[in-house]
Design a protein around this ligand. Sequence first.
Ligand SMILES: C[S@@+](CC[C@H](N)C(=O)[O-])C[C@H]1O[C@@H](n2cnc3c(N)ncnc32)[C@H](O)[C@@H]1O
Length: 481
Amino acid sequence: MTEQLNGLRRILNEAIDDIIAACAKRNEEFPSIDNPAQPSEFSPHGIRNDPTVSHAIKLGVAAAHQLVATLQSPMQTVIGIGTYTTLPGNVAVVERTHVAEIIRQYGKGGMCAADIVKYNGTSADKLERILRHLATHHVFREVSPGVFAHNMLSSLLDTGKDVELIMKNLDGKFDGTNGLAAYISSLTSEQIKTYASMWNLMTDDPRADSQELNETSFQRAYDTNLTFWQFLDLPENDFSRRRFDCAMQGVSSMQPPGTILTTYDWNSMPESGTIVDVGSGLGHVSLEIASVRPDLTFILEDRPSVLEDARKYWTQHAPELVENAHFIATDYLCPQPQLPTVPDILLLRFILHNLSDKYATILLKHLRAIAKSSTKLIVVDYVVEHACLTPRNLDSESQDTIPGAAAPAAPSPLLPNYGLAGALTYQMDMIMLAHFNAKERTIEHWIDLFSASGWRLVKVNRDPTNKTDWPLLVAEVVEGL
Ligand SMILES: C[S@@+](CC[C@H](N)C(=O)[O-])C[C@H]1O[C@@H](n2cnc3c(N)ncnc32)[C@H](O)[C@@H]1O
């Protein structure tokens, strides 16, 4: 055990030394957790997006979590796990009572709960305790007894909107925002309730082994037969739908900005070529690509309700591109509609992880049916790594016939998948499971899924600042099917 503890200490020390050295080289301070998040967090030039720093962060975070799990009393840790629901539960309270926007008005000095509730009308005693619980998890800062101010983490719950404006138009709270608060809000509402039913579904429900979109923990929790998407389309869920569409933009901020541009050479596409953005949402990923290739024709496909908003979004953000874009309402589980041109690229970002193997295969076969031999399928999704070494990362990359397929394993004594430094991959896998009977996939699983539907995985492109999460998978048509 001493050897493991020493190993963790060494990794942690080296990671912090590397971060401090990188800061010194750039002549800048590492961002303080006590201040609101700086705009540089959203810039490709931000310190956390420096490749050396980003790698050191990954190692440091993995080591710190493993150290806690190793050092702390196991009883405390396990009982603590049982209480985790309090954390998203309290983030939900704070978001739904607009505390982030209210507190912002008072700057560094902060605000006491009695003053906060004058704006949102909730309980001061309960809110104070909720904020202290969050501050202990480094979300908000208790600046003096009972007085709370923003810190780096809590500031991301802030939409940036004026609280009075929010109160006047609650349904539009997230409209026009960067989507980050919307994403956190979405994760702490339908998602919590859904997950609470997971154990029921796994123990006493004939749907436990289903692959259907309407036989999940979500249907059990909400006592409905509607799929999650159909549920969002109900008129009474307009707020949730708008929030979800906006949230998908917030998802992008989990990656270094511009990752979609650094993980694929969009200039390799033919002049005036065509991209079909399947399940485009508002189409902000396509808009990012359009920033470097405005000559391309973009075809956005999604549910009718989403595409209405997508057209508005493009009209607002890129009026010059709307004319050459197509907004085609589709059900991607049906054969593809007649398209204006044969696509050069079929882009699926966070689509296949919403589908079980059964339905992912159906969608991929429909796409294969409209592809030409040079069409590329581009998939952006998580790739799950095992929590142990596998033949793929033991054998070294040179033996892998698919470039980039093997993710570099973390050094011992860390878990080879970087443990909780990569936690989101596994958390998202559970969210996909609970809402869609779907999944995040291992690389072997991706290879099998593509080959079962007429495609072949040819390459895995990884961003230099984030080599392990969210790679971009490139697949080509298998001829003769
Ligand atoms: C997780 S979001 C991803 C959105 C976008 N690709 C992005 O990366 O931001 C999944 C998208 O698939 C769309 N979708 C779900 N079911 C669909 C269906 N049957 N046909 C077409 N689109 C669908 C949803 O409306 C949603 O916009």
